[in-house]
Design a protein around this ligand. Structure first.
Ligand code: IMP
Ligand code: MG
Length: 188
């Protein structure tokens, strides 16, 4: 049974898994052409939303890689973007000369990844690429594009497969449009 806050399921786990497999081929092809330090890509997941997608993706990536994570402040649990992203929890890896693959659940305004990408280059990264499960270009406020994206969506508030409303619903096994008409009176 689907969650009562679901208006419409957009992508099932099976679909996301298949798409991740195809994206992993593209990612591997890219890094094969690059001179990567120690032949090891640094995959950085933006917590918390990246977890289900990153797990699917990395099941298929064949390139040698290290994994790290960071937490950025963004929506603060609500439904609106934050103009001033801040690092809440930083990676523990030195970025000097590294090839970095940033993994996101969704790019909306683009403000978060714009900040992180610039910051990583300042810290000496050799190359910073972006992969996201969902691209929502309608709402873009920063000049940023994903190097690889799973699915493009309209300007809707989404839940599931890592995407939260008030920190819940990340565990839904699909990406869905949230029935926002119910949120005003919604009680957990
Ligand atoms: P951006 O900085 O506006 O691109 O937002 C990035 C972050 O906002 C994502 O990593 C998500 O955590 C959150 N976000 C953006 N759109 C949605 C959505 O539709 N549902 C849930 N979270 C979202
Ligand atoms: Mg996120």
């Amino acid at each position: 049974m689907q969650h009562p806050l679901v208006k419409k399921i957009l992508h099932t786990r099976e679909e996301i898994s298949l798409r991740s497999q195809a994206m992993a081929l593209d990612v591997d092809a890219y890094y094969k052409q690059q001179k990567v330090q120690d032949n090891t890509v640094l995959v950085v997941g933006i917590l918390k939303g990246c977890v289900p997608f990153m797990s699917e993706l990395l099941n298929h990536v064949k390139s040698e890689c290290e994994i790290d994570y960071m937490v950025m402040s963004s929506y603060k649990g609500g439904v609106k973007a934050n103009a001033n992203p801040e690092i809440v929890l930083d990676i523990s890896t030195n970025l000097k000369g590294r090839h970095v693959l940033l993994v996101e659940d969704i790019i909306d305004s683009g403000l978060t990844l714009d900040f992180v990408k610039k910051d990583f280059y300042h810290r000496g990264a050799a190359d910073v690429k972006i992969i996201t499960m969902i691209d929502k270009p309608a709402n873009r406020q920063a000049k940023i594009t994903a190097d690889w994206f799973g699915f493009e969506v309209e300007d809707e508030f989404l839940i599931g497969f890592g995407l939260d409303y008030e920190e819940r619903l990340r565990n839904l096994p699909y990406v869905a449009i949230c029935d926002t008409s119910k949120l005003k009176t919604w009680k957990w």
